[in-house]
Design a protein around this ligand. Structure first.
Ligand code: HEC
Ligand code: HEC
Length: 252
């Protein structure tokens, strides 16, 4: 048995128990206003539809759930209704089409609106990732005596100057507006796909109008980070005691 196999089961159990505890925290969280205000009949129906369609296998609520799609706790304040309908009818990227009828779609929206009214999610960053996008990880890399390719350093400077880290978090999903983790974006979209999104914008991702050299260096940064993510990605403490990994503050 190699080391990977030996740790796979305990790691799986830890992750599974973490999600269990997170789920428990979400549904019993006595401190949040959602549970002080009973859900309307329509929102309760939406909750049942949400669960029956396993939306939570890809989406988080209050930071708990799957990580393929963005956290939906505050989706209703950022996703326009027409875009929401398109997402469900046609799917988007990794999200399949669901073909819910109008009243079912409205019920899910009513449920998500009730969650949204509980407060604004502020994702917690991995330990030591508090600077601009990847700045801390690159500083750790250099502190260990490793050279940083010039183009990557330039890309990091462009990412800082253009405020990519204002929305995207270093090695964590759930940035502003649902901005995804870019640590594996090149693996998922290919360098060409990443270039296309950054150059043209997409959904909540604005077209930041980068010059060609800026675009080249940002793509070089993301390609390099992706290739070195095993070293760069901070190990995250999966202790259930730290769950949920999102802090919610009241913004009503
Ligand atoms: C197989 C995984 C998967 C499932 C299941 C899934 N989604 Fe998604 N969803 C995604 C992904 C990935 C995105 C981001 C797509 C993009 O931005 O291109 C997304 C985006 C969304 C968005 C837009 C969020 C935003 O901030 O822009 C909403 C709303 C949404 N999904 C609702 C739902 C609902 C409701 C269900 C269940 C009926 C559901 N999703 C099921 C993967 C999934
Ligand atoms: C105003 C917030 C915001 C800023 C600033 C921003 N992004 Fe984004 N970005 C997003 C959102 C939201 C998405 C998801 C778009 C969608 O769902 O279609 C995204 C998507 C992306 C994607 C596609 C990722 C994927 O997994 O599909 C890449 C690549 C990307 N951004 C790179 C950048 C870079 C590089 C910068 C800085 C030059 C930047 N972004 C600045 C909000 C932002």
């Amino acid at each position: 048995m190699d080391d990977g196999c030996r740790w796979r089961l305990p790691a799986y159990l830890l992750v599974a128990s973490t999600f269990f505890v997170q789920g428990w925290v979400v549904w019993t969280d006595a401190g949040s206003d959602v549970h002080d205000t009973p859900l309307s009949a329509q929102a309760l129906e939406g909750q049942a539809i949400f669960r029956a369609n396993n939306c939570q296998s890809c989406h988080q609520l209050f930071g708990a759930g799957g990580y393929l799609g963005p956290d939906l706790t505050n989706a209703t304040r950022r996703v326009p209704a027409a875009r929401y309908a398109t997402f469900l009818d046609e799917g988007a990227g990794a999200m399949p089409a669901f073909h819910l009828d109008g009243p079912q779609r409205d019920a899910v929206w009513a449920y998500l609106s009730a969650l949204d009214s509980a407060g604004l999610g502020v994702p917690t960053l991995p330990e030591g990732e508090t600077g601009p996008l990847y700045a801390d990880a690159l500083a750790r890399w250099q502190a260990s005596g490793e050279a940083l390719p010039a183009e990557v350093a330039t890309g990091a400077a462009v990412a800082t100057a253009r405020g990519c880290g204002g929305c995207h978090l270093s090695f964590a999903p759930g940035g502003a507006g649902g901005a995804p983790d870019l640590g594996d974006a090149v693996s998922r979209l290919g360098a060409g796909g990443v270039r296309q999104v950054v150059a043209g914008g997409r959904g909540g991702m604005p077209n930041l109008v980068l010059s060609d050299p800026e675009l080249d260096s940002v793509v070089a940064l993301l390609t390099w980070v992706d290739a070195h993510q095993d070293t760069l990605r901070p190990s995250r403490d999966l202790s259930p005691l730290d769950a949920p990994w999102f802090a919610y503050r009241d913004t009503k």
